[in-house]
Design a protein. Structure first.
Length: 229
């Protein structure tokens, strides 16, 4: 087994994954939740690629449904957070939420898109769009490449176990094929190691009110597919 493959395998184990995240993430989760996700108590939340469910540590009391392709993660999530949410094992290309379509206030895909090729990423955006109520929002968070990125950050991002790390604009263009409103935010300061993230806020008319305060970092507002992308 190659060393890189060995590390990737270890990260499929919930205990190792949690330890790794604790070491490198710093204030990333708190900032991501407070500045970009902005959950409201009582909201219905769908978490795509929920991992071991650790995001629940930073969420208020919400109606939570999470799924992940890794059964070990799902088992760990059920053991630790079973009283706070529902969990099941599933893949974005196969999971159907027909019985709960158009009932979610918020969909999350945290660190998921860079593991998916364009076809499966498109499936994720479609799944999220079907799940959301009118005016609700999807928030995603992934490693990315971007102009002006430090050489060290670009190298570290390139070694991510996700095989589909993209330029920041490429994520937003994929989202814009499904969502008429896409906001893109690039951050270089969320981890204790050099790393660049792109955070997308995706929605429909009414998802982002004109009086809504934006996160501190500058945003890029992309046109939707209907505007000629």
């Amino acid at each position: 087994m190659k060393p890189r493959e060995g590390l990737y395998y270890l990260l499929t184990l919930p205990s190792v994954y949690r330890l790794f995240r604790t070491i490198v993430r710093g204030e990333a989760c708190r900032i991501y939740i407070s500045e970009y996700v902005r959950p409201v108590p009582g909201e219905k939340v769908l978490d795509i690629g929920c991992g071991p469910g650790d995001i629940l540590e930073n969420l208020p009391d919400v109606d939570y449904l999470g799924f992940d392709i890794n059964p070990k993660y799902v088992e760990a999530a059920q053991k630790r957070f079973g009283r706070r949410g529902r969990f099941f094992c599933g893949d974005v290309g196969l999971t159907a939420i027909d019985q709960e379509a158009a009932t979610f206030d918020l969909v999350l895909a945290t660190g998921v898109l860079h593991h998916l090729d364009d076809e499966r990423a498109f499936s994720l955006f479609n799944l999220a769009r079907r799940a959301l109520k009118p005016g609700a929002r999807l928030v995603t968070y992934d490693g990315c490449f971007v102009a002006g990125q430090s050489k060290l950050a670009r190298f570290v991002v390139s070694r991510d176990r996700g095989q589909y790390v993209r330029e920041s604009a490429a994520y937003a263009k994929l989202a814009a094929q499904v969502f008429p409103q896409v906001r893109s935010f690039v951050r270089h300061d969320l981890l204790r190691i050099p790393y660049t993230h792109v955070i997308l806020q995706c929605g429909t008319v009414g998802s982002f009110s004109s009086g809504c305060t934006l996160p501190r970092r500058s945003e890029t507002q992309l046109p939707s597919a209907t505007d000629g992308l």
